[in-house]
Design a protein around this ligand. Structure first.
Ligand code: FES
Ligand code: FE2
Length: 340
């Protein structure tokens, strides 16, 4: 039976700064984003700060043990609060510009040497708060106060991941790769196995790419390919809108964030997790194989980006056999783009 082959998104959407501004607001500003792991916040004051799609964000553990998320931006004159990375602040978050101090729950505790001022109510100048929810130890944030809860959003994926011993994994290492391509280009590459025989020769020996499937369970997707002997990638291989790859190995896990740095640059921000008692040598194997696959994907997506930028190609067609995951992703991008 002949199936419908959807048209791809217009190439202009992969190179226009104005489109990226819409995506920042309507996609990254409204979706659940994997930010950190609970184990990174052992005590009150421990924080993780990172920018996502140009939004500086921070999650910090409060004196009451609660994890809270904020924009990492001072309410005085937009000064920088915590530096990007992990650390611990002693009871308060201090702005590095003029020294305003915020309690760990976001309240403005002290506007340093501000002077008597009429009409200035410190209670109105607490940090901009975000949603922060946890799924099986993974800390997600959402900038949209109206968004559906994380547990509802992640339910289709949770169902598939129920058997996996995610709680046994401990955070091991973060690794980043920067590349010159639009973030959608990299995500789409992640959402199909059609390219595996040409782009990933080693992976192609480990899986049966002819039977590679991508099942769409909105807002997630589940990849599956029959493994051949010794495949390090066997496990769950999934993805969550808008840009989170979930790669479960036999003995470990890599959470793959594909975050835009602008309309033309993307950072792959990987978090590796392993069982506590796994020997370092056994951690190297999946890390190495992920490094090889990443390098192959970076090469091809950067080449695609140069062609999208060249202005010859505008749209193509998606394979109904292999690229229905890409089609779903593109339909979501279009509908997010049309929202006010
Ligand atoms: S901008 Fe933060 S104290 Fe001035
Ligand atoms: Fe790939």
């Amino acid at each position: 039976m002949r199936q419908f082959a959807p048209e791809t998104l217009d190439a202009a959407l992969y190179r226009a700064p104005a489109q990226y501004e819409i995506e920042r607001r309507n996609i990254f500003g409204r979706s659940w984003l994997l930010f950190a792991h609970e184990s990174q916040f052992a005590e009150a004051g421990h924080y993780v700060a990172t920018s996502v799609a140009g939004y500086p964000l921070i999650v910090v553990r409060g004196e009451d043990g609660t994890l809270r998320a904020f924009h990492n931006v001072c309410r005085h004159r937009a000064g920088p609060l915590a530096e990007d990375g992990e650390g611990r602040c002693e009871g308060q978050i201090v702005c590095r510009y003029h020294g305003w101090r915020y309690a760990l729950d976001g309240r403005l505790a002290n506007a340093r040497d501000f002077g008597p001022a009429e009409g200035f109510d410190p209670r109105a100048f607490g940090l901009f708060a975000l949603r922060c929810e946890i799924w099986r130890g993974f800390v997600f944030v959402n900038m949209d106060a109206e968004a559906q809860s994380l547990s509802e959003t992640i339910a289709p994926l949770d169902e598939r991941a129920r058997e996996l011993p995610l709680e046994n994994f401990r955070f091991w290492r973060r690794q980043t790769h920067e590349l010159r391509c639009n973030w959608k280009n990299y995500v789409e590459n992640y959402l199909e196995g059609y390219h595996v025989p040409l782009v990933h020769p080693t992976l192609n020996e480990q899986i049966d790419a002819a039977h590679y499937t991508v099942e769409v369970v909105p807002p997630a997707m589940i990849h599956w390919a029959p493994p051949r002997d010794g495949a390090p990638m066997s496990g769950l291989w999934a993805w969550l809108w808008p840009c989170l790859g979930i790669n479960v190995y036999k003995d470990g896990l890599m959470m793959e964030r594909m975050w835009p740095l602008g309309h033309d640059r993307t950072v792959l921000d990987y978090l590796f997790f392993f069982p506590e008692d796994l020997a370092p040598a056994d951690r190297e194997r999946p890390m190495q194989s992920s490094g090889v696959i990443t390098a192959e994907d970076v090469r091809i997506t950067e080449a695609v980006q140069r062609n999208l930028d060249a202005g010859i190609y505008s749209t193509g067609r998606l394979s109904p056999r292999h690229e229905m995951g890409v089609a779903w992703f593109q339909s979501q991008v279009l509908s997010a783009t049309r929202q006010p």
